[in-house]
Structures are given as structure tokens and as C-alpha cells.
Design a protein around this ligand. Structure first.
Ligand code: MTE
Length: 311
């Protein structure tokens, strides 16, 4: 059994699928070529042999969160720490045109327009669980392409061991950045092999449409087996490095937010348990899964590493 994401249209009963199409229209989502596959039922553990007419057994199906939920309950400290307040504050934030600089230990550095990246790498739909370190979660139908495609093209040198990501710094439009409480700009990092894993996505859209500013447009990272804070938004710089990069949360509270930040129900946050989570839109809590349920694809990356120390 694998967790490889497939298009939700492949597993959604037609009736549900059709009513979702109406929902998507009502939500005003711009229909792209794949818009109609952004439906309301996501496989929990997706069985790649699923066909259009075979629906997963109930216990293996998870509901995709609604467009409303995904775009109105956000963590984005550059705007505000109040989750419901991000969308209104971000609504005029300019996300297009957007470009990303790729620099550091690569043979082909450069400045890349997101529009060109989209043309070149043809984003696909990936339905992923997002587990925030604060113990809430969602299921989100992203549009994006594997970071590995871009990294392969820029050719990391043999010295490159890590990838560092940096968010735009624009205090004139991002009121949270006018508060000196955090060491702006937001930065994050991955080991190069984590960055090259096929699950690691550069997201350019969701629900078949564009990536709303509150969700990290122009372009953001999505690393579904790690706590949500690793999935850095509004990236303007990607740097290949030899040393482990600093990360914003690790700088602020190294005992609470490690570099790895793999979802792990066994390692509790100093201030709360990570055993369960609250899925936005649902009442009861559910068990948190090791690696957020993506162990088949990523557990091998951590063989021999003590995850209770390397949290
Ligand atoms: N990226 C930036 N630049 N700033 C942030 O505050 N918050 C992180 C992550 N990426 C954050 C960020 C956290 S804690 C989470 S849980 C996710 O974004 C939330 O993503 P979402 O709002 O799209 O659900």
C-alpha cells in the first residue's frame, strides 16, 4: 500500500464529483485544465491501482478540506499571527509576476519566473495531508511540481548537501514584518536528499486554480511528512549549501522546533502532545501518523538517525 497521490477524480464517485464541480464553480476557482479533478474526497492511503469506478473502502478515505477552509485558516506570520486574519490582510498582496533566485552550490544559477517554471514543469495535482506542529491538520489539493525537477536542472555541485529557502521581505505589504518580534525573513531548510524526494513539491496552485496569497503565492514549498512550518511560503530565494541552514523557528526556539521536524506522534512538543490532531472541519480528534502517513516514501531517509534527538 502506497501513499502516492493520485488525482481525486480517479477515486471519487461520479455524483460526488459532479456536486464538487458545482462547488468549485461557486467558490469562484479559476478552472485550469485540471480544475475538475479537484474534488471532495481524497484517498488517505492512496492505492495506485484505483480506477475511475473503484472507490476506496471508507476507512481509507479522507475528505479534502474545502476551498473556504484552506484559504481562511492560515499560518502566515508575515501578515498576522491570527489565523482568520491572514486572508483579508493578504488579499491585495501581489503574487504575479513572481520570480525565484536559485543560487549557491549549483552549476546553473539564475533567476526564474514562476510563469516559466509552470510552463516547463507542468504542475500536477497532489492531494496531501498538512499537519501543523500546533496539532491541527487539513487535506489540501495542491497544484505543483516536484522540487527535484528544478534542482536537477540547476545541477547542484558535489559539495551541496542542503537546500535553504527564503521568503520575500516586504514590510510595506506584510504588516507582521514590521514587528521586530521575529528574525525576518522567514527561512527554512531541507537536506538535499529530502529536497530531491518525489513528495517534496513546489506548489503554484490549489484546487485546480492559482495559489492564493494567503497560502503562499507566488510559489511555496510543501513537504507533507514534516510539520507545516517547514512548508515555507512566498519563496524568492533557493540556495544550495554545504552546511545545515538556519531556520526561523529553530533560531527562536531550538528546543521546540528542530531542523528535521518530521511528523512524529512519539516525540512530544515541550508544551503539548503530538499524539493526536484536530482535522479542520471535524469534531473529534484523530491519531497522528508517523511521517504524517508518508513513511513508505520517506522513512528510508532517516535510517540510523535517532529521531527523538533529531526532531
Ligand atoms: N511560511 C511563511 N513564510 N510564514 C509563515 O508564517 N507558516 C508555516 C507554513 N509556512 C508560515 C509559512 C506554518 S506554521 C504552517 S502550518 C503552514 O505554512 C500553513 O500553511 P497554510 O496556511 O497554507 O495552511
Amino acid at each position: 500500500m502506497k501513499n502516492f497521490p493520485i488525482s481525486s477524480s480517479e477515486i471519487t464517485p461520479k455524483q460526488v464529483y459532479l456536486s464538487r464541480r458545482d462547488f468549485i464553480k461557486a467558490a469562484g476557482v479559476v478552472a485550469g485544465s485540471v480544475a475538475l479533478s479537484a474534488c471532495g474526497i481524497a484517498p488517505n492511503v492512496v492505492d495506485p491501482v484505483s480506477t475511475e469506478n473503484s472507490v476506496q473502502p471508507t476507512e481509507m478515505i479522507e475528505k479534502v478540506n474545502t476551498f473556504e477552509e484552506i484559504t481562511n485558516y492560515n499560518n502566515y506570520y508575515e501578515f498576522t499571527t491570527f489565523k482568520e486574519g491572514v486572508a483579508p490582510l493578504a488579499k491585495d498582496f501581489e503574487t504575479s509576476p513572481w520570480s525565484v533566485e536559485i543560487t549557491g552550490l549549483v552549476n546553473n544559477p539564475g533567476q526564474f519566473d514562476v510563469e516559466d517554471l509552470v510552463k516547463k514543469y507542468q504542475p500536477e495535482e497532489r492531494i496531501y495531508r498538512l499537519r501543523c506542529v500546533e496539532a491541527w491538520s487539513m487535506v489540501i489539493p495542491w497544484m505543483g511540481f516536484p522540487l527535484a525537477k528544478l534542482l536537477t536542472d540547476v545541477e547542484p555541485t558535489s559539495d551541496a548537501k542542503y537546500v535553504r529557502f527564503e521568503t520575500i521581505f516586504k514590510p510595506s505589504e506584510m504588516p507582521g514584518q514590521r514587528q521586530p518580534l521575529y528574525p525576518w525573513p522567514y527561512q527554512e531548510g531541507l537536506r538535499l536528499d529530502e529536497a530531491m524526494n518525489d513528495l517534496t513539491l513546489l506548489a503554484t496552485g490549489l484546487y485546480g486554480g492559482e495559489l492564493p496569497p494567503q497560502n503562499g503565492g507566488g510559489i511555496r514549498l510543501v513537504v507533507p511528512w514534516k510539520y507545516g512550518f517547514k512548508s515555507i511560503k512566498a519563496i524568492i530565494k533557493i540556495e544550495l549549501t554545504a552546511e545545515q541552514p538556519e531556520t526561523l523557528w529553530n533560531l527562536i526556539a531550538p528546543n521546540e522546533y528542530g531542523f528535521y521536524a518530521n511528523v512524529n506522534p512519539e516525540v512530544q512538543h515541550p508544551r503539548w502532545s503530538q499524539r493526536t490532531e484536530r482535522r479542520i472541519g471535524e469534531f473529534s480528534r484523530q491519531d497522528t501518523l508517523m511521517f504524517n502517513g508518508y513513511g513508505d516514501q520517506v522513512a528510508h531517509l532517516y535510517e540510523g538517525l535517532d529521531l527523538s534527538i533529531n526532531y
